[in-house]
Design a protein around this ligand. Sequence first.
Ligand code: NAI
Length: 336
Amino acid sequence: LLPPLKVAVTGAAGQIGYALVMRIASGELLGKDQLIELNLIETEAGMSPLSGVMMELEDGAFPLLSKVSATSNLNEGFGDIDYALLVGASPRGPGMERKDLMAANAKIFAEQGKALNESAGINSKILVVGNPANTNALVASENAPDMWPEQFIAMTRLDQSRAKGLVAEKANVPVKDVDRVIIWGNHSATQYPDLSHARIGGKWAKSIITDDKWIRNDFIPRVQKRGAEVIDARGASSAASAASAAIDTIRDIHLGSPEQWLSNAIPSDGSYGIADGIWYSVPTVCEGDSHYRRVKNLPIDEYSAKMMNATEKELIEERDSVRHLLPGHENKPVSW
Ligand code: NAI
């Protein structure tokens, strides 16, 4: 067995956290030969339910789990970690507007960025799940000046998996036959699920799904609003599938999945004309050993460009609304 790697999970007593920690403990995150130390982080109020999660982890008798600790102290929780999954976030309260939610969460992620900067392992990778995930990743990274922005990834894998599922259903094939589906932009209703490069059983998806109307009028809005569809049916937001996507994201980054295009929201480097410095979902290739690179130079048609710009615009607006929490950018005008 490999010596333990340290994984921190914030919001570990929440519904995603609950599904997530059991799967991490069972070896699904980093491989079946990898020992794991879990640092579970919650708010003060979350410590009591978290103690129950700790009991259940103990009762699971997971052979790969070498240690579990629970804390509300960020520096302690992030101490020397290899991976952090930032799931905990402020929920939308009654009458709360999106911008209030944005501000409340930006404050949380600014604090977490500072603590990661002080305490996290030098090669750590940080996956931001808590919403608004892209902008939370930006805020955390800007508050962690000694870390590379690329160490922070906001999760859009769930959106990609949802999109693949709908394509598989439409084409009547198993989901494993669908690849190269891309999510561009924000993990929000402006995201652009793109089938221009997708393949079904190795063939160009658009030669099999020839109904462009279905793509534009059914597929795209359905992926964009899938979260709401789950809430309507379940009476609670996606949790097991979100945990699954978080596992998939980190597992692929850690172990590599070089043959796949995986959507991840990462700091823009200006590729595809997207503004620098926002966390924008793009196709990436995970080369293993914690390395990933973006897929570059894909041809973008006019419709895609329009959709990609709309989600970019929302991310720029989000960034500008939390400017007060971005050290060094507080007084800058709308774009920098
Ligand atoms: P939840 O409300 O069940 O759990 C959140 C947990 O986080 C709670 O136990 C709470 O005590 C804790 N928490 C709150 N603030 C914290 C802080 N500052 N530090 C540590 N812990 C803190 O929510 P759920 O369903 O688990 O969702 C968590 C987040 O994930 C939400 O923001 C949700 O919108 C987001 N999400 C993101 C998805 C994505 O694809 N990126 C998909 C689904 C959910």
